[in-house]
Design a protein around this ligand. Structure first.
Ligand code: NAI
Length: 457
C-alpha cells in the first residue's frame, strides 16, 4: 500500500505527542506535524532542553531528540498542517461531561467535533481521518457527517485506531504493541494506515475490524483492566478483615493461566484520565441502549474505586487516634502511577483532600509533579498550618516531625528508603501506611514504625 507523505496530528497531549514521535522515528519518509491550540504546550514540545517536554515518559526525550526538526514538528498552525496532510489523526481530549445531558458520565465530544470541523474546512483533496482519541461507539458516524458537509473537491475516509499505550511505559508500549487495532469500512484507507505501522509492527499484530467494533474495543479494554483493579482491591479489604494476605491471594490466583498474574496488584485505587471516564461512558451508553443490568455491573467498578480511596484516608485517621488535625503527614507520591507526571484522577488527590478536610498538614514528595499542578488538584495553594499542604524535595524532609508516611505512588525510589534515618526524625508513635505494598516492611518495622499495608490481615 502507498504510504502517507504527511501526517498531521491534532492534539499534542499524552497520546498525540508520544505516538507521533514513535511514528516519526520509525518512518523517516513521513513528515509528521503535531498541532495544538495550546501555545504553551507546543512551546514546551519545542523546548531545546529535552528534560522540559510537557509529558514525562521514560525514553520519550531520546525519541523526540532523534526526530524533532527532521521529520517531526510541533506547531500551533493547525489549518496549515491539516491542508498539507494526507492523513490526520484526531488525538484531542474527551473528558467526562460536567454539565447538560449525560453530565458526570457521557464523554464530552466538543473537542472532537471542533477538530473535525477544522479538518472539514482546511483539508485539501483526499484525506484519511483517524480517530486516535477514545470515543463512544458510533462517534465515527458523527465525524463522517461533519466531514461530509464540506465543499466539493474534498473527500474523506474515516478510520478508528484507538491507542492502548499505558502512561509510564508509553514508549515501550508504542514500540512493541500487543496489537494495533484499525477499524474502518474503506479497505484502501486501512491499508495505508496499516502500512505505517508495518514499519515496526508484525502483520499478525495489526487487527482489522469494522468501525464500531474498534471504537467499542477500546472502552471494553479499559473496563476489563479497571475491573481487575477493583476486584483485587475489594479482596484486599476482605483480606484485611479476615487475616488473609492479598499478595498471597494474588499469587495463588494469578498462577491460574485463565486468570494470569498481571494487573493483580492491590493499591489505593486506579487513577489516570481514562479508566473512570471510559467506564462511565460505557455505563451511559448501556443505559442509552436500555441495558440497565449491564450498566449497573460496570458502574460498580467505579464505585468500588472511589470507596477504596476514601477508605484509606479514613483508616489513617482512625489509626492516628481518631484525629489528624494539625498533624504532619508525609505523602509519598502524587502522580497517579510511577514514571509519569500525570495526576489526572490520581488516588492521591481524593486521599489528600479528605485529610486536608480533617485538618492535617501534608508534606508531599513526588519526583515529577509540580507544585502548581498539586495546587490545581487540591483546590488550594501551598500554605502553612491546619488543613494545608507543601511540596518538599525529599522523603526525609517530608518525614520531619510527621506522625505518618503514606506511600501512594509506586515510584522506584520509595522502595529502598533509609527507614532508620526516617523514623529518627518522625514524632512517635509513628506510622507507615503502605497503600501500594511496595515498601521494605521489615526494615520499617525494625526502625520502630507501626506498619499498615494494603491487603494485609
Ligand atoms: P490531553 O488532554 O493530554 O491532550 C489533548 C490535547 O488536545 C490538548 O493539548 C488540547 O489542547 C488539544 N486540543 C483539543 N481540542 C483541540 C483542537 N480543536 N485543535 C487543536 N488542539 C486541540 O489528552 P490525552 O491524555 O493525550 O488523551 C487524548 C485522547 O486519547 C483521549 O480521548 C483519551 O481518552 C485517549 N487516550 C489517552 C490515554 C492516556 O494514557 N492518556 C491512553 C489511550 C487513549
Amino acid at each position: 500500500a502507498p504510504l502517507p507523505q504527511r501526517i498531521c496530528c491534532i492534539g499534542a497531549g499524552y497520546v498525540g505527542g508520544p505516538t507521533m514521535a514513535v511514528i516519526a522515528d520509525r518512518c523517516p519518509a513521513i513528515t509528521v506535524t503535531v498541532v495544538d491550540l495550546n501555545a504553551a504546550r507546543i512551546a514546551a514540545w519545542n523546548d531545546p532542553d529535552l528534560s522540559r517536554l510537557p509529558v514525562y515518559e521514560p525514553g520519550l526525550d531520546q525519541v523526540v531528540g532523534r526526530c524533532r526538526g527532521r521529520n517531526l514538528f510541533f506547531s500551533t498552525a493547525v489549518e496549515e498542517a491539516i491542508a498539507a496532510a494526507d492523513m490526520v489523526f484526531l488525538s484531542v481530549n474527551t473528558p467526562t461531561k460536567t454539565r447538560g445531558l449525560g453530565a458526570g458520565q457521557a464523554s464530552d465530544l466538543k473537542w472532537v467535533e471542533a477538530s473535525a470541523r477544522t479538518v472539514a474546512k482546511a483539508a485539501q483533496g483526499h484525506t484519511i481521518v483517524v480517530e486516535k482519541s477514545t470515543l463512544p461507539v458510533r462517534t465515527a458516524e458523527a465525524v463522517k457527517a461533519i466531514l461530509g458537509a464540506g465543499v466539493a473537491g474534498k473527500s474523506f475516509s474515516v478510520l478508528s485506531n484507538p491507542e492502548f499505550l499505558a502512561e509510564g511505559t508509553a514508549i515501550g508500549d508504542l514500540e512493541h504493541p500487543d496489537r494495533v487495532l484499525i477499524g474502518g469500512d474503506d479497505p484502501a484507507a486501512i491499508d495505508v494506515l496499516a502500512a505505517v505501522y508495518a514499519h515496526w509492527v508484525s502483520p499478525e499484530r495489526i487487527l482489522r475490524t469494522n468501525l464500531w467494533s474498534s471504537e467499542l474495543s477500546k472502552l471494553t479494554a479499559n473496563a476489563f483492566l479497571a475491573q481487575r483493579i477493583s476486584s483485587i482491591n475489594g479482596i484486599a479489604a476482605f483480606c484485611e478483615a479476615t487475616g488473609a494476605d492479598v499478595r498471597e491471594v494474588a499469587r495463588a490466583i494469578g498462577a491460574d493461566s485463565r486468570i494470569g498474574p498481571k494487573f493483580l496488584q492491590a493499591g489505593p485505587g486506579f487513577g489516570g484520565s481514562c479508566f473512570q471516564k471510559d467506564i462511565l461512558n460505557l455505563v451511559y451508553l448501556c443505559r442509552h441502549y436500555g441495558l440497565e443490568e449491564v450498566a449497573a455491573y460496570w458502574e460498580q467498578v467505579v464505585r468500588l474505586n472511589t470507596w477504596q480511596q476514601h477508605r484509606i484516608a479514613r483508616l489513617v485517621v482512625t489509626r492516628l487516634f481518631g484525629t489528624v488535625t494539625g498533624k504532619r503527614l508525609a505523602i509519598l507520591g502524587f502522580a497517579f502511577k510511577a514514571d509519569t507526571n500525570d495526576t489526572r484522577e490520581s488516588p492521591a488527590i481524593r486521599i489528600a483532600r479528605d485529610l486536608l478536610e480533617e485538618g492535617a498538614q501534608l508534606m508531599i514528595v513526588d519526583p515529577k509533579v509540580s507544585e502548581r499542578q498539586i495546587g490545581l488538584d487540591l483546590g488550594q495553594p501551598a500554605g502553612e498550618g491546619e488543613g494545608s499542604w507543601r511540596l518538599v524535595a525529599s522523603v526525609e524532609a517530608a518525614a520531619l516531625g510527621a506522625d505518618a508516611l503514606l506511600l501512594l505512588t509506586e515510584w522506584e525510589q520509595f522502595a529502598a528508603l533509609d527507614w532508620m534515618a526516617i523514623a529518627a526524625v518522625m514524632r512517635q508513635p509513628a506510622w507507615l501506611f503502605d497503600a501500594r505494598g511496595r515498601a521494605d516492611e521489615a526494615a520499617a518495622r525494625a526502625a520502630g514504625l507501626n506498619v499498615w499495608r494494603i491487603g494485609q490481615g
